[in-house]
Ligand binder design. Structure first.
Ligand SMILES: [Zn+2]
Length: 472
């Protein structure tokens, strides 16, 4: 059995993954706030969690993956007011947009996508427990705050000095009632024009941090294996999650914390406030294929900063095109014969190197190096005609197996081309057989105009969809 090792932010150690329960690995990821389209920096963090889930499943683990949807908060309330619509309309629209973008980028659909507004009962129950145990207090406006002085372990995740923190943080006008500037809101009292719920702890709405404690524990239990998010969530969001959860349950909240570094553009963190954000749709509209964008966001180790640029997208597009080429070559390869006696060993070695790299804290760079080493080896065998037709199928199956983790190979062309395109392809084959080169070239151009590139090989015509490689 392989040993997956992960870098835990809390301890700073890279440790073997030992699932807390025999029935599988439980993972929670902080998901999107649905008040606008997610930018590709958000998706870097989501796709790193996708890579983790895919790799663990590939290694044979049962995984339960929960990603929350924040569908009530200050930004949503402001956005809905500005657009003159109900917050439910705004969040439904951007949740749909998020799911479309996630599917486009081939993100595994999480097993549960819980929404904050559908977990008010769990949130309220958690706050009630914190109130009972003296970890929370009410203020005059109906808000409820976590009492930081009641939780001495605060700050361990972000390695903060408990005395010095939050002093520089902007204090919201509605938070002046706090006992201590470091305390944070669990529940916000009702305000005109804001959504609120009537609950046993009073009228109001949840603060942001409490929703992740309530929803993760509702779906995964009080202690679970892995919590992921971007580094910008370490403080205060994840510190607050630990404090609320452990103060309420008396149990360790999360076994391993994984944090993804920033996506940078033009030298600084991609964020709405810096104005250098790129949406998924914008990047695709510029002619980048979804698979190339996925590759670009995955290809650098999650704890290393990633620079988003035209160059990195072009490199990703070239890498995906190399993978497409070997897949198409193997799909159309035909050769009778005994087969290649060293192929099996090469495929096994490639799989082992790839798996060991990913086991090592998702070392994607080494994993992709192993994958492309295998691709080079396969291309040599294709060119040398050492493979049999069966060998080619076996090699293709091996690549598709590794792609369960990476998720960038082209879809299998199970049903081939639709009728009209197949007719053009057949006509071109006939033209070549008749040595009518003018007709052959004309038909090739016609196919190209319709997004099909044709190449002539000794196995006959080989085609692939141009649109899949680049929409430009
Ligand atoms: Zn969260």
């Amino acid at each position: 059995m392989s040993e997956v090792r992960l870098h835990d932010t809390l301890t700073g150690a890279t440790r073997p993954l030992v699932p807390l329960r025999a029935d599988g690995v439980r993972i929670y990821s902080c998901g999107p706030t649905v008040y606008g389209p997610a930018h590709i920096g958000n998706f870097r963090s989501f796709l790193f969690a996708d890579l983790l889930v895919r790799h663990l499943r590939w290694r044979g683990y049962t995984v339960t993956w929960v990603m929350n949807i924040t569908d009530v908060d200050d930004k949503i309330i402001r956005g809905a007011a500005a657009a003159g619509e109900a917050i439910g309309e705004l969040t439904a629209r951007y949740l749909e947009r998020f799911l479309v973008d996630a599917d486009t980028l081939r993100m595994t659909r999480p097993d549960v996508l819980p929404r904050a507004t559908e977990h008010i009962d769990e949130i309220v129950a958690l706050i009630e427990t914190l109130l009972e145990h003296g970890h929370a207090y009410r203020t005059d406006d109906g808000s409820i705050f976590f009492r930081l002085s009641s939780w001495p372990a605060y700050g361990r995740l972000a390695r903060l000095d408990p005395e010095g923190m939050r002093v520089g943080e902007r204090v919201e006008a509605d938070e002046y009632g706090k006992d201590d500037v470091r305390d944070f809101a669990l529940w916000k009292g009702p305000k005109p024009g804001e959504p609120s719920w009537s609950t046993p702890i009073g009228e109001g709405r949840p603060g942001w941090h409490i929703e992740c404690s309530a929803m993760s524990m509702a779906h995964l239990g009080p202690s679970f294996d892995i919590h992921t998010g971007g580094v910008d969530l370490i403080f205060p969001h994840h510190e607050d999650e630990i404090a609320q959860s452990e103060a309420a349950t008396g149990q360790p909240f999360v076994e391993t914390w994984l944090h993804c570094a920033h996506l940078r553009a033009s030298g600084s963190k991609m964020a709405k406030s810096t104005g250098n954000i790129a949406r998924v749709g914008e990047v695709l509209d510029a002619g980048v294929s979804p698979r190339a964008l996925r590759y670009a966001l995955l290809a650098v180790h999650y704890r290393a900063g990633l620079d988003h640029s035209d160059e990195s997208l072009a490199a990703a597009g070239a890498a995906v095109a190399r993978l497409d080429a070997v897949v198409r070559a193997l799909e159309t390869y035909r050769e009778d014969g005994h087969g290649d006696s060293t192929l099996e060993g090469a495929l096994q070695a490639g799989r082992a190197a790839f798996g060991e790299a990913l086991d090592d804290d998702l070392n994607i760079s080494a994993g992709l190096a192993a994958l492309f080493e295998l691709v080079r080896d396969l291309n040599r065998r294709i060119e040398g005609r050492t493979l049999s037709t069966d060998d080619a199928s076996q090699a293709l199956a091996a690549l598709r197996d590794l792609d369960r983790v990476i998720g960038v190979l082209p879809e299998p062309e199970a049903d081939g081309l639709d009728g009209e395109l197949q007719t053009l392809l057949d006509e071109r084959a006939a033209a070549r057989a008749a040595r009518d080169w003018a007709a052959s070239d004309r038909l090739r151009d016609e196919l190209a105009d319709r997004g099909i590139a044709v190449e002539d090989t000794r196995d006959g015509q080989r085609w692939h969809r141009i649109a899949e490689v680049s929409r430009g």
